[in-house]
Structures are given as C-alpha cells and as structure tokens.
Design a protein. Structure first.
Length: 307
C-alpha cells in the first residue's frame, strides 16, 4: 500500500498584509516568511502526516530553495528519492495573506515546468494523486499510467484551465472548489445552494470507462464543508466552526488527507469526514505545509466533536 503524488514543488514567499491588494495598490507587508509549498508537495506532506507511505514525484532546481524543499518533505515523512534535480531555479509562489485569512497567490513555475510523467509506478502503488500546477499532458500521462497499473486516481483539478480538462476523464475521483466547478462547466458564476452544487457535480461527472466504477466529483465549499456525488449517491458534510488564521493550503490538506485515508482502506464517507476535520485544523494555523495536522491531531478533533 502506497500513495504516489505527482505535482509541483514550490518555495512559498509568504507576506501577511492588512488586506489583499487592489489593482494598482502598493501595500507594506507586516511579515515575510519562506515556507514549504507547491500543491504537489503540500498534498504529499498532508498524506504522509496521516501515516501512509507517500512517494513524491516532482522536480526542483539546483538551488537553496530546492534543497530546503527536499529537507522539508523528508522531515514530514515523504519519500523524496524520485524527486528530479533540473538546471535552473526551484518553483516559487508569492502568497499574500490578509488579516481575515483569505489569500492571493502568484506562481513562478521554475523547475516544475520540466517535470515529466514516469515510465512506471513504484510496486504496491494503490493511490495516485495529481493536481494541475504542472504540464497538463504530463498529468494526463501520469493518471493514465496509474489507471493501467490498477491504482485509484485522484485529480485535484486546480488551477482550473482549459488544458486541465483533458485529465478529468482519467480520474476516479475529481476534487474541485465551487469556482473551478463553474469553470469546467462553462458557467459564468459558481452554483448557489446545496441543490445547485449537487446538480453541477452530477453534470461534471464523466461516464465510467470500462473496468472503472462511476466517478466521484467532490466539491469543497470552504467554511461550509464539502459535497460529494458519486457511486454512493450524494454526501454532504458541513465544516466545524473554527477561528480562521490562514486559508492557504486548506484545500491541499483536504486532498492529501482524503487520498491517504482512502489508501488506508477507509470508505468515502469516513475519508471525507477525516479530510474536512483536517482542513478545519489547518486553517487555524499559519502557513500551508507548516499548518497541516498529524493523524493523531485529526482523530483527537473528531473525538471532541462527537462528545
């Protein structure tokens, strides 16, 4: 049993500001930090902290940022042996975090642009997880390879772009937020209300390919929780009410923990509940990977919620 994550590795340049900058506005940051980041690396970290063997397939440059990212992933328990070193800089993400916890992010791809899908997956791979921050053709090739190898494929289709559409049909599980859901459906606005979100998720779901069960489409709703539509019908889980410090990485926490719990044999309702609880813990702390909870943290939070 192992989880393979294919995706981006970035160093996050995090600046806390009073509010997110408006067009043409110059702000003075209240603080400046260098932290681990990249959707691929974040999701691998979240998964490894749940105790599932996690292998990262990514690329870093031959610079201090690359060395720092390899060290951070290893410290979280991620297997970094397959991370490629390429000429040039490691990817960077400039993250602005407002006092209300909302964020804006600008990405410089760097080494992520050189990432290529592997020729084969490590033996024992049961779950394959990818996002849309690296070349879309390579993401599609990775997911197709994982399906051929018999692994369950989970695709966090973010950021939402026209090129990212190609991989949707290759995923057993698709995770999007409301804005991404609307984009892929060609709608000008996100759906409003639970019933509308459920209908939209049903429309996005791809018809199953031979040998594969019906696709799950999971829509993250921020502080409102999550809605999932798939083979077991529609599952709606609210998020616990918590004080929000920083929403950066909450979606990555959700995806990584969801993949980890499914790889560990949990059924979808249990895995979703675990992932929602993990994301709620993450937003109460600053940073992305630095805020991610361990499996023990999540179990303790769930135990408290049922008392």
């Amino acid at each position: 049993m192992s989880l393979v994550v294919f995706g981006s590795i970035n160093r996050d340049v995090v600046m806390r500001v009073a509010h997110l900058p408006r067009p043409g506005e110059t702000l003075c940051a209240q603080s400046h930090d260098l932290l681990p980041g990249g959707k691929g690396a974040n999701q691998a970290t979240a998964a490894a902290l749940q105790g599932v063997p996690t292998i990262m397939l990514g690329a870093v440059g031959e610079d201090a940022h690359g060395a720092a990212m390899r060290a951070a992933l290893a410290a979280a328990g991620v297997d970094t042996a397959a991370i490629a070193h390429v000429p040039g800089p490691t990817g960077l993400a400039y993250v602005f975090v407002a006092e209300d916890g909302e964020n804006q992010i600008v990405i410089v791809p760097g080494a992520n642009g050189a990432l290529r899908a592997p020729a084969s997956l490590p033996p024992g791979t049961t779950m394959a997880l990818a996002q849309a921050e690296v070349a879309p053709d390579e993401v599609a090739a990775f997911l197709a390879l994982a399906r051929k190898a018999g692994a369950t494929t989970l695709y966090n289709a973010a950021p939402a772009t026209d090129e990212a559409r190609a991989a949707l049909a290759l995923a057993d599980i698709v995770v999007v937020n409301e804005t991404e859901l609307a984009f892929f459906l060609g709608e000008p606005e996100p759906p409003h209300g639970e019933a509308a979100v459920a209908r939209a998720a049903t429309r996005l779901a791809c018809h199953p390919q031979p040998g594969h069960a019906r696709q799950w489409v999971i829509v993250t709703l921020g502080g409102a929780g999550v809605l999932a539509h798939g083979p077991e019908g529609t599952i709606r889980l609210p998020a616990p009410r918590v004080p929000v410090v920083d929403t950066t990485g909450a979606g990555d926490t959700f995806c990584g923990v969801l993949a980890a719990r499914l790889a560990q044999g949990a059924m979808m309702p249990e895995a979703l509940a675990f992932a929602v609880a993990a994301a709620a813990l993450a937003v109460q702390r600053a940073g992305a990977a630095a805020a991610m909870p361990t499996r023990g943290d999540v179990e303790a939070a769930l135990a408290c919620s049922t008392r």
